[in-house]
Design a protein around this ligand. Structure first.
Ligand code: PMP
Length: 394
């Protein structure tokens, strides 16, 4: 007789388990998406684009597979792709990264972040994290034996209190992590912020890890202030990017990391024993696709239209719309509707009103509840319309 798929067949592990991440459970993203599927809600919780990948890019991938690009790529990534990235960085941010020694292709942004943290953070080192923040930073710091030191940022603008940050810098500070445009808040770091950071780290051994995966998603004419624009800062920084965000292909998990040779050498030592190398055929496809700048230059206006449309649909609702200058996330304040905890309200909103979001308190190490929910607006208009119709009724 066939065994039921649900029956557990492995004997239990009876040994003493010492979890390296005792507090980590299922992520809120999986929980909210699971709940959205279960109750048939519109899922604006997880941050993935609801648009198809370009047919041209899929074709290029197919051609690369058919042409035999199916064995290991070089550890650092194929040269033509690294060369395209170097050219793009020079054109957009007037900086020079050597494709031979200063650029590495990674299995997405998350791997690049993990590898950078693992390469530089040692037992007892402190890492400054501005919160709310993307959820992979702190576990990676803990796995490296480091200590995360948190700087809470306040809504609605989430500006960085540099005097507070300065007070937290000690002899043990090894790294500062920044993220612009920022997930989950949609805020940006300005040129002034970068100069503050430059001054703060001047004369120290601190490494800056700059998460710039949303580099092409900025609105209202703002320009992306990449760390790469600031040579003194760039000299101590590793920058992380993701093709998933730029080409609506988060499932493909390809990204890259940039940094000066001395830092990149250490990064690659860890990279080669983590993934060694990244999907070869995809790298070939991306290298050809990137040659046409139209494939990413239009992103700000594409997403600005989405943001404006979502905000317009919500005009007159009881939700307060927070500023969103970049990324594809909109924060909404529900305090005029309910005083429930944001984690409870997000679940109730999904179950009873059919719209899934992410409660912002989960992006803090010590949860701070400002009654805010994060909605991803990288979705087709009909999805945004249906979601807004439901939210307007509250
Ligand atoms: N950084 C931030 C701020 C993100 O939002 C994400 C994706 N959600 C990543 C990094 C990871 O990118 P990838 O999917 O390429 O691993």
């Amino acid at each position: 007789m066939e065994k039921s798929l649900n029956s557990s067949s492995m004997p239990e592990f009876k040994g003493n388990l010492r979890s390296k991440l005792p507090k980590a459970g299922t992520t809120i993203f999986s929980i909210m998406s699971g709940l959205a599927n279960e109750v048939g809600a519109i899922n604006l919780s997880q941050g993935f684009p609801g648009f198809p990948v370009s047919e041209k890019l899929i074709e290029l991938y197919y051609v690369a597979l058919k042409s035999g690009h199916n064995q290991y790529a070089p550890m650092q990534g194929i040269f033509t792709l690294r060369e395209c990235i170097a050219e793009k960085m020079e054109e957009l941010y007037s900086c020079n990264y050597n494709p031979e020694t200063e650029i590495t292709i990674t299995a997405g942004g998350t791997q690049a972040l993990y590898t950078a943290i693992t390469a530089f953070v040692q037992e007892g080192d402190e890492v400054i994290v501005l919160e709310p923040s993307y959820d992979s930073y702190v576990p990676a710091i803990l796995l490296a034996g480091g200590i995360s030191v948190h700087v809470p940022l306040q809504p609605p603008n989430y500006s960085i209190p540099w005097d507070e940050v300065r007070k937290l810098v000690t002899q043990k500070t090894r790294m500062i992590i920044i993220n612009t445009p920022q997930n989950p808040t949609g805020s940006l770091l300005t040129a002034k912020d970068m100069l503050h950071l430059e001054k703060l780290t001047d004369g120290t051994d601190i490494i800056v890890l700059s998460d710039e995966v949303y580099e092409h998603i900025l609105f209202d004419g703002y320009e992306h202030q990449s760390v790469a624009r600031f040579p003194k800062l760039a000299a101590r920084s590793l920058l992380v990017f993701s093709f998933g965000k730029t080409f609506h292909a988060t499932g493909w998990k390809v990204g890259y990391c940039l940094g000066p040779e001395q830092l990149m050498k250490e990064f690659r030592k860890v990279h080669q024993f983590t993934v060694f190398s990244v999907n070869t055929a995809l790298q070939h496809a991306l290298a050809t696709f990137m040659l046409n700048k139209e494939n990413y230059i239009g992103l700000p206006s594409f997403y600005q239209e989405k943001r404006d449309y979502f905000q317009k649909l919500l005009k007159g609702s009881k939700f307060k719309i927070l500023p969103c200058l970049g990324s594809y996330f909109q924060l909404l304040d529900y305090s005029k509707i309910s005083q429930e905890k944001d984690t409870d309200y997000a679940i109730r909103l999904t179950k009873e009103h059919g719209v899934a979001s992410i409660p912002v308190s989960v992006f803090y190490s010590v949860p701070k509840d400002y009654h805010l929910l994060r909605f991803c607006f990288a979705k087709e208009n009909d999805q945004l319309e249906k979601a807004a119709e439901r939210l307007m009724k509250l």
